[in-house]
Design a protein around this ligand. Structure first.
Ligand SMILES: Nc1ncnc2c1ncn2[C@@H]1O[C@H](COP(=O)(O)OP(=O)(O)OP(=O)(O)O)[C@@H](O)[C@H]1O
Ligand SMILES: [Mg+2]
Length: 575
């Protein structure tokens, strides 16, 4: 006996009716959903002409017997629900028994399916006519191919966009499934070119594959349960905040959903961290009791209805806040700082106020370095408004401690400088070059042949961040100038590191420039162990607060840790 049956009239009428085939991407979505419902572990998708010409989805799922295969293409035939009560406990992606029928009514379809290594069956459908074929070769599972989309509805065909645009929609659909089912392997081929190829893996690994590898260093795990709700996944730190929407993924038990209220729950958890018009990255999966959700409200099922949406809102918000807790506690409450004996007219910069030798027992060397450092500083007076730059100390030649109105901040000197240089370098790569300092003794650097030729490719980028160099014989360059804040002894390390990131990222990656800027910043920044004089600390803090993201280093580590007076008072049991 077959497993597919025709739904009763009563049940048919209860199902949210409507068109599911809007464009090639909708076909891809329905076919992948069926493959997932069939328990597939591998799903191969191939399209040509962005899906306008043809679409094929092949899986290794449970497959269909010959009679079921034919029945699958009739309206209201499904194996997934049976009685009206089932509508309140849907655990599959499909349930309406409509998708294949809808597709077959507007396109030409061929379907091959095999159950348990049997001989399998193949059918072709055109104009609603099913014709049986000699079974093609398929080892296990089901393969469905769709051509001539909308051939029967020329008006709709006219609305298809270019192959490029339609393909973008296809990628979007595939990407969503790839993120909600990291345990399933997906291959996406477009016009014979491999676009995505991922094997079964963890969600964290999958995020690295679907976006780019740097994402993995910039995501925070979410794992939260409250009552019968459970939320898992990842949210991005501030490095993954974008000016455009597009990297926000919310799933309900694996089903991609669009829900403005729930999206706003996530945004509100970021509160002070992002401003209006900035969108954090997230991939979150929500598990809710089946009777708390109605997925039968929208034909494409991307909108769902929750019994108590505000409860979901608060649960989601708490889940994201818990993940962001560490970030939130590093962000000080920056009220304007007014020293107790605020003398007027002291608006000059602290290091200008200082006369003569900077205080402390520091060597001449350090002082010299400090002077040079101060000279190259881009002055940003804002920070002196909220950080008391007069009360500033270096501890363990690693951290800078300073007073703020609400308590005190501890700043990691290396990552702080790294953030400053990173943003500066990024800006330089996109626009006006960074200043360069001429070396008294130009440095000769010899490299292996392959690295040398890569370095030549990189000359224009390196010049932008302040390097000046030229070819100097075989596999050798002469470095005549370096970025003005960089010590010459670091040249080799930086060049090697930039070459490495060039190898891994190449130039096609959008993040290549970021990778160059990050490796430059990391090497050029002051290190733990470097002694800083007051002026250096002051300017470092000043410039840090002038950056776009003063709280996180390019690798996602915190820069500032905030210790509020409230917290101190609590610890000392003062209130
Ligand atoms: N790739 C597949 N592997 C195994 N069975 C499949 C596959 N695709 C479809 N089927 C079977 O065909 C039936 C009809 O599929 P169809 O997509 O039309 O409806 P549905 O998935 O039940 O509901 P919906 O219209 O909501 O998608 C399914 O219920 C399932 O039993
Ligand atoms: Mg379906």
């Amino acid at each position: 006996v077959g497993k597919i049956h025709v739904l009763s009239d009563d049940l048919k009428n209860k199902i949210a009716a409507g068109e599911v085939v809007e464009r090639p991407a909708s076909v891809v979505k329905e076919l992948i959903e069926n493959s997932i419902d069939a328990g597939a572990k591998n799903i191969d998708i191939s399209v040509s002409g962005g899906g306008n010409a043809s679409i094929q989805v092949a899986d290794d799922g449970s497959g269909l017997e010959s009679d079921d295969l034919k029945l699958a293409f009739s309206r209201h035939t499904t194996s997934k629900i049976e009685s009206p009560e089932d509508l309140h406990r849907i655990s599959t992606l499909g349930f309406r028994g409509e998708a294949l029928a809808s597709i077959a009514s507007v396109a030409k379809v061929r379907a091959i399916s095999t159950v348990d290594g049997g001989t399998g069956s193949e059918i072709a459908i055109s104009n609603g006519e099913i014709s049986e074929q000699v079974p093609g070769s398929i080892v296990e599972g089901t393969s469905i191919s769709v051509t001539d989309l909308f051939f029967s509805v020329p008006a709709r065909r006219k609305f298809l966009k270019s192959a490029k645009v339609e393909f973008r929609h296809v990628i979007q659909v595939v990407r969503r499934f790839a993120l909600s089912y990291p345990e399933i392997a997906f291959n996406l081929i477009a016009d014979d070119k491999k676009v995505l190829s991922v094997r079964s893996e963890t969600l964290e690994e999958r995020i690295g594959k679907v976006f780019d590898p740097t994402y993995r260093q910039n995501i925070l795990a979410v794992d939260y349960a409250k009552g019968q709700f459970k939320i898992t996944g990842f949210v991005g730190n501030l490095n993954l905040v974008r000016k455009r929407r597009g990297e926000q993924f919310l799933f309900l038990e694996g089903r991609y959903i669009v829900d403005r209220l729930l999206n706003s729950a996530v945004y509100s958890a970021y509160r002070s961290l992002v401003s209006r018009g900035e969108f954090p990255f997230f991939v979150l999966n929500l598990k809710a009791p089946l009777d708390q959700v109605d997925v039968n409200v929208h034909p494409m099922k991307i909108e769902v209805r929750f019994q108590d949406e505000w409860r979901v809102y608060h649960t989601l918000k708490s889940a994201v806040e818990a993940a962001l807790a560490e970030i939130l506690s590093t962000i000080p409450d920056l009220a304007k700082f007014e020293p107790p004996d605020a003398a007027s007219g002291q608006d000059a910069l602290p290091f200008q106020r200082q006369s003569g030798q900077p205080g402390g027992a520091v060597g001449v060397d350090t002082v010299e370095r400090a002077k040079q450092y101060v000279r190259t500083i881009r002055v940003q007076p804002q920070s002196s408004e909220f950080v008391n730059l007069e009360n500033i100390w270096q501890v363990h030649t690693k951290y800078i401690v300073s007073e703020i109105k609400s308590g005190l901040v501890v700043i990691d000197q290396h990552v702080a400088h790294e953030r400053i240089l990173f943003e500066q370098a990024l800006q330089a790569l996109e626009g006006s070059p960074m200043p360069s300092q001429t070396l008294l003794f130009p440095e000769v650097v010899e490299l292996p042949a392959d690295e040398f030729s890569a370095l030549i490719d990189l000359f224009p980028f390196l010049e932008k961040i302040g390097f000046r160099m030229k070819e100097f014989g075989k596999n050798t360059v002469l470095v005549e100038g370096v970025p003005s804040e960089m010590g010459w002894e670091k040249i080799r390390g930086i060049l090697k590191d930039i070459l490495d990131s060039y190898e891994t990222e190449k130039r096609e990656h959008a993040s290549f420039q970021e990778a160059v800027a990050a490796s430059f910043a990391c090497h050029a920044a002051v290190k733990a162990g470097d002694v800083l004089v007051k002026e250096e600390m002051q300017s470092l803090v000043d410039r840090l607060f002038a950056t776009k993201h003063p709280y996180y280093c390019p690798h996602g580590r915190p820069i500032i840790v905030n210790l509020s007076l409230d917290e101190l008072d609590r610890r000392f049991e003062r209130n």
